[in-house]
Design a protein around this ligand. Structure first.
Ligand code: DC
Length: 226
């Protein structure tokens, strides 16, 4: 059977990552969380105190930035490493969420991330989620999904996710962060979040996790057997 690329884009907090991960697992594909890469880059710029408005700082940040993924042998979860350090938990904190869209706006940073993403997916058999996967990273992807969900549902889901990790955040604060990121991600000049013409839209507001995974698998099988 031909391996394909599945591109999943959509707003923040729609469940793209967890859905994409499970779709990849069921198909025996590689899963790549492109948002984790922007989050790791944001953490690097924060930690190093580099200015995003200073081109020299941006170049310095990029030249000292190495993002890798490794599968944790006990949980089988894919984890993100920044310059050799496991940052999987740290990149999901509000400190990083509040800064990541600013980092993701910078052209040079996007170019570096996109080049690495294209390299990771060059052999196909990959599910990648993000904002510009169908429009920029893999415009020829055989299956393009655009996920949406209403903002209250997204905020409640994210609050639960953070709570399970021991971070208690007010739901209104999360909602504000989601709305702000949606706006910044959709209105930026460089590769804004868009639904491409040939993407299939899936609204997950009233879908269970199994249902959203099932829908994508069904579309993937249709494409693979055609
Ligand atoms: O998917 P996420 O919420 O973890 O992504 C974090 C941020 O990274 C998001 O606010 C926008 C940015 N991002 C992007 O610009 N392009 C991508 N392909 C993935 C994420």
């Amino acid at each position: 059977m031909n391996k394909i690329v599945i591109a999943i884009d959509g707003y923040s907090g729609c469940g793209k990552s967890s859905t994409a991960k499970e779709v990849a697992r069921q198909l025996g594909y590689i899963y790549i969380d492109s948002g984790a890469m922007y989050r790791a880059a944001a953490l690097h710029f924060l930690n190093e105190g580099l200015s995003l408005s200073n081109p020299k700082d941006v170049a310095k940040g990029l030249s000292t930035l190495e993002i890798t993924f490794q599968t944790n042998p006990s949980t089988l979860r894919q984890e993100t490493f920044l310059n050799g350090k496991n940052v999987e938990e740290e990149i999901r904190t509000m400190r990083v969420s509040e800064r990541v869209s600013e980092v993701a706006r910078i052209k040079e940073i996007r170019q570096a991330m996109v080049a690495q993403q294209q390299e990771l997916g060059k052999n196909k058999g990959v599910v990648m989620d993000g904002r510009d996967i169908a429009s920029v990273v893999f415009p020829d992807a055989a299956l393009k999904i655009f996920m949406t969900a209403d903002v209250d549902t997204r905020a409640n889901r994210r609050q639960l996710e953070l709570r399970q990790k021991g971070e208690e955040v007010n739901v209104e604060e999360i909602k504000l962060n989601l709305v702000e990121r949606d706006l910044m991600d959709s209105s930026r000049v460089e590769s804004p979040l868009i639904k491409v013409a040939d993407a299939i839209e899936i609204d997950t507001t009233s879908l269970s996790f199994e249902q959203q995974v099932g829908k994508i698998i069904a579309h993937a099988q249709k494409v693979m057997f055609n």
